[in-house]
Design a protein around this ligand. Structure first.
Ligand SMILES: NC(=O)c1ccc[n+]([C@@H]2O[C@H](COP(=O)([O-])OP(=O)(O)OC[C@H]3O[C@@H](n4cnc5c(N)ncnc54)[C@H](OP(=O)(O)O)[C@@H]3O)[C@@H](O)[C@H]2O)c1
Length: 423
């Protein structure tokens, strides 16, 4: 054997051994779906997990009679510490398909474009009930993993810790500010026009950001402002102190926030279609997004169609059925325990939560599952390779029971209570 051949052979052997050591990676290679190389396009197509190859680290190995290389994707330099980034080489170099192998690699790509041209990833990390002492690790871990969309709100009381996590990961070079989509929300005590920009600036300060990607009116009901800490003001008879402001007036202030570059896009949360229409009729900048409860038991079809018609993107909160929400009615079925869901999950070797998240994306909704546990944050992210059959989709569609879990009892007697209307 010639010297250079021997060197090459040795290098291949070394690399093969190196890769074999990474048992989890290799075993997941082995369980990867059969790739249909012939159909790979000659262009990157992130929706289909086709990325551009930057470098091949001279590695080549055969597993399951397929040839694999270890390499690096263009544009993902900072995420390749830890495991090398493996990919399957197709006949269309320099493009290749990503298989869910290294958790440190991919940025979640399925996204929707907002009217302002910005992209919102269809999977984000929810943070309601994520306590300040646990949310920082959750956000840092999520960003390491590839989450690029974080959902918070002034009222969640965790913007500061989320800001710290974002700053840390930006300083470390894991993400650039422009790669992360951050949503936060205007709380009900800041509906008076003179208070709106103050609230925007408070959130910006806590999040340590120069701009917010998406800023939503959290709730159509307005509360009286008492002080920054009083989020649910009550009078001496324990009655909620409402202070209803015409949404069109709040919206004008939000348009100013866009004009000043403080927020990139503005939207609504928990509004019904009539309330949305009122904003549509009285706005210069149209709502970019609606965030409402939505999951397999409550797909919100009429509201979704209404939004689609009006070019409003749609985000599903409580995508897993929000098992720790307030005021659970014990008679309600538990979404994560739905037998049909479990059956579909089993068929695909996935979990019910993964099926729920992927289904929402499949149906055009962004999903923002909340977790403060690393294994679940990872589980909720690991859904790129899940592909439903038409039968699965039919079965999932049939689960819709128009079941609203979040009744918003705390604003039931507000003139702006949104859920008395069918949608
Ligand atoms: N705009 C609004 O009014 C509004 C209202 C509600 C929610 N939201 C947003 O939407 C996000 C999601 O909604 P949500 O938090 O109510 O409910 P959710 O995401 O449906 O469910 C979160 C709950 O499920 C658990 N969980 C997470 N991943 C899991 C998995 N893979 N398997 C089993 N359990 C899992 C979490 O527990 P652990 O954390 O213990 O893992 C947590 O208790 C919120 O965090 C918030 O950002 C907005």
């Amino acid at each position: 054997m010639l010297h250079h051949e021997a060197v090459r052979e040795q290098r291949l052997t070394d690399t093969t051994q190196h890769v074999k050591k990474q048992k989890t990676v290799v075993s997941r290679f082995e369980s990867a779906q059969t790739p249909d190389d012939a159909k790979l396009p000659a262009q990157p197509d992130h929706e289909k997990n086709i990325f551009e190859v930057d470098k091949i680290h001279a590695a080549r190995l055969a597993i399951n009679k397929r040839v694999w290389y270890i390499g690096k994707w263009r544009g993902y330099d900072k995420i390749q510490d830890g495991l090398p980034t493996p990919f399957l080489f197709s006949g269309h170099f320099p493009f290749a398909r990503y298989y869910s192998t290294s958790s440190k690699m991919v940025k979640f790509e399925p996204s929707v474009t907002l009217p302002n041209g910005e992209k919102m990833p269809l999977l984000g990390l929810g943070t309601w009930q994520s306590k300040p002492n646990e949310v920082k690790d959750a956000v840092e871990y999520a960003l390491d993993l590839g989450y690029r969309h974080i959902d918070t709100a002034f009222v969640y009381g965790n913007e500061e810790e989320i800001g710290e996590a974002l700053k840390k990961k930006i300083d470390e070079g894991v993400v650039k500010r422009e790669d992360v989509f951050v949503t936060t929300k205007l709380w009900s005590t800041y509906h008076q026009p003179a208070k709106v920009l103050e609230a925007v600036n408070l959130s910006l300060k806590k999040l340590q950001l120069k701009y917010i990607d998406l800023y939503l009116i959290h709730n159509p009901a307005g509360f009286k402002f008492v002080d920054e800490k009083t989020l649910f003001p009550k009078d001496k008879d324990d009655k909620t102190m409402y202070d209803q402001v015409d949404h069109a007036l709040i919206w004008k202030e939000l348009e100013k926030a866009v004009d000043q570059g403080l927020v990139k896009a503005i939207g609504l949360s928990n509004f019904n279609h009539k309330q949305i229409q009122h904003v549509l009729d009285n706005s210069r900048i149209k709502p970019a997004n609606l965030q409402v409860e939505c999951h397999a038991y409550f797909m919100q079809k009429p509201l979704y169609e209404f939004c689609k018609k009006n070019n409003i993107t749609f985000t599903a909160y409580g995508p897993l059925g929000s098992p720790t929400r307030w005021g659970i009615n014990p008679k309600d079925p538990i979404l994560l325990e739905e037998p049909q869901l479990k059956e579909i999950a089993k068929r695909h070797n996935k979990t019910p939560a993964q099926v729920l998240n992927r289904f929402l994306i499949e149906r055009g909704r962004a999903t923002i599952p909340k977790s403060v546990h690393r294994e679940r944050i990872k589980e909720n992210f690991d859904i790129l390779d899940l592909k439903f059959t038409p039968e699965d989709l039919q079965q999932l569609d049939s689960l819709d029971k128009n079941l609203r879990y979040f009744l918003f009892d705390f604003i039931q007697d507000s003139v702006a209570y949104p859920f008395a209307d069918p949608y």
